[in-house]
Design a protein around this ligand. Structure first.
Ligand code: SAM
Length: 303
């Protein structure tokens, strides 16, 4: 260290960075500083406070400064650190995939409840299709929660599938998940997927194109557009619902994450598509966020 160089301690550095982020109008300035510093120091956030007097060395300061510069330039914390926690599990993320959101944890929880609460379920061996897998957060977490099950995870982005496969391998569930590059909007989709499932889950791109410009720059400039928008926001719900009677067993479950305004329209779509027993659940902010429904016997089709 040079004579005039300040020796930073963990807590001082956190406070100074929080102030800097606040002045630059960064959301959750303290949390951002904590997450970035704990990544640089290879520790967790709690340890920053347990070791608040730990000196932060020059190479660590340089790396931390470069992270802070990226954050001030709008790059989301999760892409800087390369990870996001989803349902308590660590997922690698980069700009090829959507950063998993807490609302999706609700969908997953609800999907598991709906699948395992059924009277006729004895074995716990389910076959599940995840459409639009992105980082693989849903498929990998389901493989943990329902260890007897097998999964197929689909995305039209090869880049996303690579991230998802790596996450599955890192979680030692790679052999339980079949990964497929396919377009849920294409007519050959059901042949390509070619199997009967107990449940289809999907957090599809649901932001209408016309809302794109109003998104936060952090989302719009960094997260993949294909993960977020379709033309009117509903095309992909139509496409999946139309194909689902061939892909689900009779009584199979379809579970979607929704746009905050999407419940009425998606309820109509699934009802017209031969689904009943429709449930809509709210997220933490009170918005209708998850819809699940059951394929009626009369609507089921052979593959
Ligand atoms: C909202 S993201 C969800 C990612 C992840 N499942 C999650 O919940 O964090 C939607 C994903 O669907 C994929 N996707 C978009 N259109 C698709 C289509 N027509 N067929 C298959 N996947 C699609 C995108 O590449 C993206 O990874």
């Amino acid at each position: 260290m040079h004579e005039n160089e300040k020796q930073w301690l963990t807590l001082d550095l956190l406070k100074a960075t929080e102030g800097y982020f606040r002045a630059k109008h960064i959301d959750e300035p303290r949390l951002s500083a904590e997450v970035l510093l704990s990544c640089v120091l290879n520790t967790d956030r709690m340890d920053l406070y347990l070791n608040y007097n730990r000196p932060v060395y020059r190479d660590e300061i340089e790396r931390f400064r470069s992270f802070c510069r990226e954050r001030v330039n709008g790059r989301p914390v999760q892409y800087i650190t390369g990870e996001q926690i989803f349902y308590g599990y660590r997922f690698a993320v980069d700009e090829r995939v959507l950063i998993p959101r807490p609302e999706t944890e609700l969908m997953l929880e609800h999907a598991v409840e709906r699948l395992t609460d059924r009277e006729n379920v004895k074995t716990g061996k389910f076959s599940i299709l995840d459409i639009g897998t992105g980082s693989g957060c849903i498929a990998v977490t389901l493989a943990h929660l329902l260890p007897e099950s097998t999964l197929t995870a689909i995305d039209l982005s090869e880049g996303a599938l690579e991230v998802a496969r790596n996450n599955a391998d890192a979680h030692h569930v790679g052999e339980k998940i079949r990964f497929l590059c396919a377009d849920a909007m294409s007519s050959g989709f059901t042949d390509r997927v070619g199997e009967k499932y107990d449940m289809i889950v999907s957090n599809p791109p649901y932001i209408p194109e016309k809302e794109w410009e109003s998104l936060q720059p952090e989302v719009k400039d960094h997260e993949p557009k294909v993960a977020l928008t379709t033309s009117d926001g509903y095309g992909i719900y139509h496409a999946i619902t139309k194909r689902a009677p061939k892909l689900l067993v009779s009584g199979g479950i379809l579970c979607f994450e929704l746009h905050a305004d999407g419940a009425p329209k998606v309820t109509d779509i699934v009802r017209c598509g031969g689904f009943g027993d429709i449930e809509v659940h709210k997220d933490y902010s009170g918005a209708d966020r998850v819809l699940s429904c059951v394929l009626t016997e009369s609507a089921a089709e052979p593959l």
